[in-house]
Design a protein around this ligand. Structure first.
Ligand SMILES: Nc1nc2c(ncn2[C@@H]2O[C@H](COP(=O)(O)OP(=O)(O)OP(=O)(O)O)[C@@H](O)[C@H]2O)c(=O)[nH]1
Ligand SMILES: [Mg+2]
Length: 549
C-alpha cells in the first residue's frame, strides 16, 4: 500500500497496531511517510498542533521509518553461531556447512531486501510500496440494470488500485441479498479469501464498498491479522492524498481523511480492558474519547485553515466575475478527457494522463474562438461511481466554482464500454451539488477511439444536444465552440442599447462576450440588439434607458 495511505495521522503509541487502519503492514519493510512540500510550508501551524497533540506527521525532508526493519530471528541465530564464540568449538565440516548456510541466508536476505527495494515505485511524484492486493466485491441481489455490474466495478477498483501503486494479484465477489453485518461477506467467502491470501502472499485486501469500522476489524481478525483490510473509500482518499498538488487540495483531502477516521476510532482501546482482566473498565472508553477529541481539534484547525485559503480564492474569483466573460465548466467522469480538452482549446498545460483523478484543482483559462468570441473554461476534479461522501463534502467549495458557471459541459468518454453508467454516476453527483438550474451541454469525447466512430456520430446527430469531438486530435472543436456559444445564448439576456460614439470599448466588449444580432448607426450612437451575459446587461442599463426614451 502506498505510503501516503496513512500519511496524515498515526495513533498515539499506546494504540495497538493491529487495530489501526493506518499502521503499515507488519510484514513489509519500513515505509517512509511524507507530506507534500507545500503542505509543510503552508500549514506549519496545523503540523505543529498535530505534533503537540502527539500525532506524527512527517515532512518530505524527514525520512523516518515507522517500524524497525523486520529481522528474522532465525537468521539472527544462524549468524550468531557463525560469528560468535561458539564457532571456535565446531568441527571444521560443521563450520564450513554453517558458513555456507550463513552465506546462503545472507544472500537470501539480500535478495529479499533487493526484491523489497524493487517494489518501491515512483507514483505521482512519490515513492510507494507495491503491495500485493486482493479485491473483493459484493453484488447485491435486485441490482439496477443501468448501474455498474460487479465485474465492471471490480475492474474499476483494480484501476484505482493501480493508480495508487498497488499490485492486484486476484479478485473475487459474492452475490448477496444483504451484506453480513459482521464481516460484510459470508463465512464461506471469508475462508476462500483466506486461502487466496496464503496462496498469493496477499498483503492488502480491498473491498469495493465502504465497510463499517466493525466489519473492517472483524475481517482483519478473520484473515489472520497480518493482512490489511481497507475499502474503496480509503483507497480513493489515498489517491487524492497522493495527487493533491496545491495547499487547498491537500487541506481538503486531509480533512476528508480525518472525518473518515473519526468513527473508526471506536473500540480501538478495548484491548486494554481485556489485558487488565476488566479491572480498568471504562479505560478504553476514556481513551477513545481522548483520541476523538484530538481528532476533532485537528478537524477544527483544518477547517479554519481551509476557510482562510478559500477567502483568498473567492477574492480572486470576484475579481474575475467583474470581467463580463461567461464561465463554462467542464465536468465528467474521471479520465473522460476534460483536461485534454482544456489544453487543446487554450494551450494550457494541465496534467492529462491515462490515470484516474489526474486533476484535483480547478484551472480556468480564456478561450478565444475563431469568430472572435471569448469565454472562460474551467477544468474540475473528475467524478466516479460510489464517490465517498466525505470527499464530496470536503471538495464542495472547489466544486462551487461549477455552480457559478453559465454553462456546464459534460464530457463523456464515449469509447468506454460503460459510458452510459458513467453518465448516470456524473448526473448523480451533480444532483448533490445543486446545479440543476445551469444549462448543460453534453460532449462525446474520444470518438477516434470508439470501435465505430461513424455510428456514434450518427447517433449524436439524432440527439440535437450532443457534440462529438476528439480532444486529443482536435476533431470537432470548432463545432464544440459554436455549440458553447449557442448554449450560452440561453443563459444571456436580450438587450437593445444605444451606445454613444465615445464608448467604443463597450461596443467591442458586447461583440466579444455577447451575441450581436444587429447594429444600426444613428445620430446619437450605435443601436445594438444582442444577447449579453446578465452581469454585463446591468452595466448597460443607462444605455438601454437611452434607447427606450
Ligand atoms: N484517443 C483519445 N484519447 C483521449 C482523448 N481525450 C483524452 N484522451 C486521453 O484520455 C486520458 C485522460 O485524459 P485527461 O484529459 O487526463 O482526462 P480527465 O477527464 O481530465 O481526467 P481526470 O483529471 O482524472 O478527471 C489521457 O491519456 C488522454 O490522452 C481523445 O479524444 N481521444
Ligand atoms: Mg483532468
Amino acid at each position: 500500500m502506498s505510503a501516503s495511505f496513512c500519511s496524515i495521522i498515526r495513533p498515539s503509541p499506546l494504540i495497538p497496531e493491529t487495530d489501526c487502519r493506518w499502521i503499515p503492514n507488519p510484514n513489509r519493510p519500513p515505509v517512509h511517510f511524507t507530506l507534500p512540500r507545500h503542505t509543510k510550508k503552508n500549514s506549519w501551524r496545523i503540523l505543529k498542533v498535530l505534533q503537540e497533540e502527539g500525532i506524527g506527521v512527517l515532512s518530505p525532508d524527514d525520512t523516518v521509518s515507522l517500524r524497525n526493519p523486520v529481522i528474522d530471528s532465525k537468521e539472527e541465530e544462524a549468524l550468531g553461531v557463525v560469528n560468535g564464540v561458539a564457532t571456535t568449538e565446531l568441527e571444521e565440516g560443521t563450520l564450513n556447512s554453517s558458513k555456507a548456510s550463513a552465506k546462503r541466508i545472507t544472500k537470501e536476505k539480500e535478495d529479499k531486501e533487493g526484491s523489497y527495494d524493487s517494489r518501491f515505485k515512483l507514483r505521482n511524484g512519490r515513492e510507494v510500496f507495491e503491495e500485493k492486493t486482493y479485491l473483493v466485491g459484493v453484488e447485491r441481489k435486485g441490482h439496477i440494470e443501468d448501474s455498474f455490474g460487479i465485474e465492471e466495478s471490480l475492474s474499476e477498483l483494480a484501476q484505482l488500485a493501480d493508480t495508487a501503486g498497488l499490485t492486484v494479484v486476484g479478485s473475487t465477489y459474492q452475490k448477496l441479498a444483504t451484506p453480513n453485518p459482521r464481516t460484510y461477506i459470508g463465512s464461506g467467502k471469508v475462508a476462500e479469501i483466506k486461502s487466496s491470501i496464503h496462496a498469493f502472499a496477499v498483503e492488502t485486501v480491498i473491498f469495493d464498498d465502504e465497510l463499517s469500522p466493525g466489519q473492517l476489524r472483524n475481517l482483519e481478525k478473520a484473515f489472520g491479522g497480518d493482512v490489511r483490510v481497507c475499502d474503496r473509500t480509503a483507497l480513493i482518499l489515498d489517491i487524492f492524498n497522493q495527487r493533491a498538488a496545491t495547499h487547498e487540495a491537500a487541506l481538503q483531502v486531509a480533512l476528508a481523511q480525518m472525518e473518515y477516521q473519526l468513527p473508526r476510532l471506536t473500540k480501538m482501546w478495548a484491548h486494554l480492558e481485556r489485558q487488565a482482566g476488566g479491572q480498568v473498565k471504562g479505560m478504553g472508553e476514556k481513551q477513545i474519547e481522548v483520541d476523538k477529541r484530538i481528532l476533532r481539534t485537528q478537524i477544527g484547525v483544518l477547517k479554519k485553515e481551509l476557510e482562510s485559503v478559500r477567502k483568498h480564492r473567492k477574492q480572486y474569483r470576484n475579481r474575475r466575475i467583474s470581467v463580463p466573460v461567461p464561465v463554462v465548466s467542464l465536468v465528467g467522469y474521471t479520465n473522460a478527457g476534460k483536461s485534454t480538452l482544456l489544453n487543446q482549446l487554450t494551450g494550457a498545460n494541465v496534467l492529462a494522463e491515462d490515470q484516474l483523478f489526474a486533476t484535483l484543482d480547478p484551472t480556468t483559462r480564456r478561450v478565444q474562438t475563431k469568430n472572435g468570441k471569448e469565454f472562460l473554461l474551467t477544468d474540475t476534479v473528475g467524478f466516479i461511481q460510489k464517490l465517498p461522501t466525505t470527499l464530496v463534502a470536503a471538495f464542495r467549495a472547489t466544486l462551487e466554482e461549477i455552480s457559478e458557471s453559465s454553462l456546464l459541459v459534460h464530457v463523456v468518454d464515449i469509447s468506454h464500454p460503460l459510458a452510459e453508467q458513467q453518465i448516470n454516476a456524473v448526473n448523480k453527483v451533480l444532483s448533490e451539488l445543486d446545479v440543476s438550474s445551469i444549462p448543460k451541454l453534453m460532449v462525446w469525447n474520444k470518438v477516434d477511439k470508439a470501435s465505430n466512430p461513424q455510428k456514434i456520430k450518427l447517433e449524436a446527430e439524432k440527439r440535437e444536444d450532443i457534440v462529438c469531438i476528439s480532444a486529443l486530435n482536435g476533431d470537432g472543436l470548432d463545432e464544440f465552440c459554436n455549440a458553447v456559444q449557442e448554449n450560452l445564448k440561453d443563459s444571456m439576456v436580450w438587450v437593445e442599447a444605444l451606445i454613444p460614439f465615445d464608448k467604443g470599448e463597450l461596443l467591442s466588449t458586447i461583440h466579444q462576450v455577447g451575441i450581436v444580432e444587429r447594429t444600426d448607426y444613428t445620430e446619437n450612437g450605435t443601436l445594438v440588439r444582442a444577447h449579453v451575459p446578465l452581469r454585463f446587461a446591468r452595466l448597460l442599463t443607462p444605455m438601454r434607458q437611452l434607447c427606450v426614451s
